[in-house]
Design a protein. Sequence first.
Length: 91
Amino acid sequence: VSADEKSKIESAVQELKDALANSNATAEELKSKTEKVQQVSMELGQKVYEAAQQNAGAQGAANGASSSAESQTSSSGKNDDTMDASYEEVK
């Protein structure tokens, strides 16, 4: 999170806290301050999501060759980890 974004979030939260502490604050003021906090929170969430997607995309590209080779091996029908078994339910 950049310093500018952090400052924006902290400012919005502080404004809401101040409005809540003010016994003369109107419902409209509280609603406005709450919506501002929600807006900056959503912007932060969007940036975090985009960063995660970029990171996942980079990892996926790096692992793409090995995973396609693994899928070809497993689709050939030779999966030695598979075991047939019978069981009986005991009551």
